[in-house]
Design a protein around this ligand. Sequence first.
Ligand code: AMP
Ligand code: MN
Ligand code: MN
Ligand code: MN
Length: 293
Amino acid sequence: MPYLNADLHSHSTFSDGTLSPAQLAERARRGGVDLWALTDHDELAGQAAACAAAHALGMDYLTGVEISASYAGHTIHIVGLGFDVQHEVLQQGLHALRHSRGPRAQEMARQLEAAGIAGAYEGALRYVGNPALISRTHFARFLVERGICTSMGEVFQRFLTEGKPGFVPQRWASVAEAVGWITAGGGVAVLAHPARYGLDATLEHALCSHFVACGGQAVEVVCGGHTTAEAARYAQLAQDLGLHGSRGSDFHSPAESRVDLGSLPSLPSALPPVWALLASRIQRAPQPGRDPA
Ligand code: AMP
Ligand code: MN
Ligand code: MN
Ligand code: MN
C-alpha cells in the first residue's frame, strides 16, 4: 500500500513527550497521517496503547523506538521500526539504557546546583511521565518554568550540552548493539536526524559506513530537525549508500515542537521509502468488511 503521509518519529509521556500515545494518535490522524510509529527514547511501554489507538482511528502502525547510542564520543540516535516488541534482546538492552539515566540525572542536578540552580532533580521529576525515563528534556522544562531560560532552545545553548553546566557524558549503546537489537527483533534500523550531530564530513562518512556494516538500512531524510537543504543532502547520501529514506516529525509537544505530526514535506520520489522494507511488519488497521487477520 502506498503511504502518502507516513510519520515515523514521535514521543509520548513514556519518554520526553507531553501527550499520551492516544492523544498523539488523535493528533496524527487529524494531521492526515496514514502510517504512524511512536518512537519513545529507549522505551517500549507505549507501544500497545499506540497501536490500539492508531487502529481505532483507521491508521496503520509500525512499532518504534529511538535508541540512544554512542559513536566516537558523540551521542547519536537510531530509530528502530517494525520490530517484535516482545523480543528479549531488545528489551534487555533498552532496560539497561534506561537504568543508566537515574544516576546521570542525579549528577546533572549536582552540576546545576554548583551553578546556583537548586532543586533541579525534583523539579525535573515533576515533568517525568515515566519514572524509568528521565531525560535532559525534563530538566529543560524545569529551567524554563523557573524563568532561568525563556525557551528550550536557550536551555540547550546555555546548559546540559558539552562544556556547559549540567552536561554529563554518557556511554550509551554502541551502534552495533543498537542496530543489532533492532534487526534481531525483525525490524529496520534508521539513522535518525543525521544533520543534528555536528559531525564533520569525514566522521559522518565513517559513521554511515559503520551503520551500514552493522546492518542499518535507512536514513531519516525528511524530519523535524532538518532544513529543506539538509533533507536534500541526506536524500542524496541515502541514494549514494543504497539506503532507504525515512520521514518523521520528531513531535514532542504542542508547545515546543516546530513541526506537527503529519505536516512534513514528502520524501523525494526517487528515494525508496523505509516502509517498502517493512510490508510484512506493518500492523494494518482493521477495515470494515475485511476479515480480521
Ligand atoms: P537525553 O536523551 O536525556 O540526552 O535527552 C535528549 C533530548 O533532549 C532529545 O531527544 C531532545 O528531545 C532534547 N533536546 C536535545 N537538544 C535539544 C535542543 N537544542 N532543543 C530542544 N530539545 C533538545
Ligand atoms: Mn526527545
Ligand atoms: Mn533524537
Ligand atoms: Mn526523537
